[in-house]
Design a protein around this ligand. Sequence first.
Ligand code: KG4
Ligand code: ZN
Length: 345
Amino acid sequence: MTKILAIETSCDETAAAVVQDGRQVLSNIVATQIEMHAKYGGVFPEMASRMHVETIVPVVREALEKASLTYDDLAAVAVTYGPGLPGSLLVGVNVAKGIALGRGLPLVGINHLEGHIYSHWLRVEGDGMAPDALQFPVLILIVSGGHTELILMRDHLQYEKLGATLDDASGEAYDKVARLLQLGYPGGPQIEKIAVEGNPHAFRFNKPKVDDEFAFSFSGIKTAVLRTVQSYGPIGPDGALSVRVPIPDLAASFQHSVIDQLVSKTVAAAERYGATAILLSGGVSANKMLRYVMKTKAPVPVYWPPLWLCTDNAAMIGAAAHFRFVAGQRAGWDLDIDPNLKLVE
Ligand code: KG4
Ligand code: ZN
């Protein structure tokens, strides 16, 4: 049995977890900075890295305590080394190196996106969880604040990029439109909540014209929302909107067009490549409407992790690390952060 201590500090969550055999979550601690960043309407990188510095040691300690383990019980230390905010990644990588060096443990470097993918291999309670006997190839839709990618996975650790966003990530579009509509940060959950009260067909935001069949684009929809808001009157210097702006209808119509694009491309890719299942990963996969529409339209089963595994956490990093560890992969002491790390070049 391999027990891996995993550390994740790529953005605004300081997280540590202990995962056994890539499947079992023995502990999972997340210290979120959302409240602090909400004051600025988004992640403030300088503050994020400082908060990681303050909280990482207690978070790691708590992860071991909750798992009732000591460093002697561990097989390896895993850490996210990219993609993400440079100052944030540096904190996690240096702490992981320090622990590994001090305790004579091997170090495993993990791509944050690979972590999101491997959240599906963890065996936890949840209505959308993938079964143990998942057959390759599977199609993965990664939808987060920084990424929107369609990945075909033909085997463990084997990825083929079918398409990605040409401009904003889907979560980023949610966050920007939420800011415009003065709904607060992070925008995804706020838009989802208020969209329930609106009519998704009130406004028609045309599908972006993208040459590449499996590429995404969201900035046009975001601009179309802005133009619609402006058609009701000028936006005030503090971002205040005309009282006539129908916020629920705009949120619902925006969400409808984002989800329509995500679902139609994913379904087409699943058919083209004969995927046995569609796996939703990343923060936006917490969206219930996305899950529902995908499930209704997909030709194969659709799975999603429970909420606490959709958003950033270290358990998913520990799951991915297990598969790299058993494949004999180790990082050197020169492991450096890579803020623009790609899953597939
Ligand atoms: O994966 P994640 O926690 O962090 C990144 O790696 O980016 O994703 C965060 C993103 C944010 O943009 C947030 O607005 C979005 O996920 N998000 C949602 C929902 N919950 C979080 N978007 C739509 N609907 C949601 N319910
Ligand atoms: Zn993420």
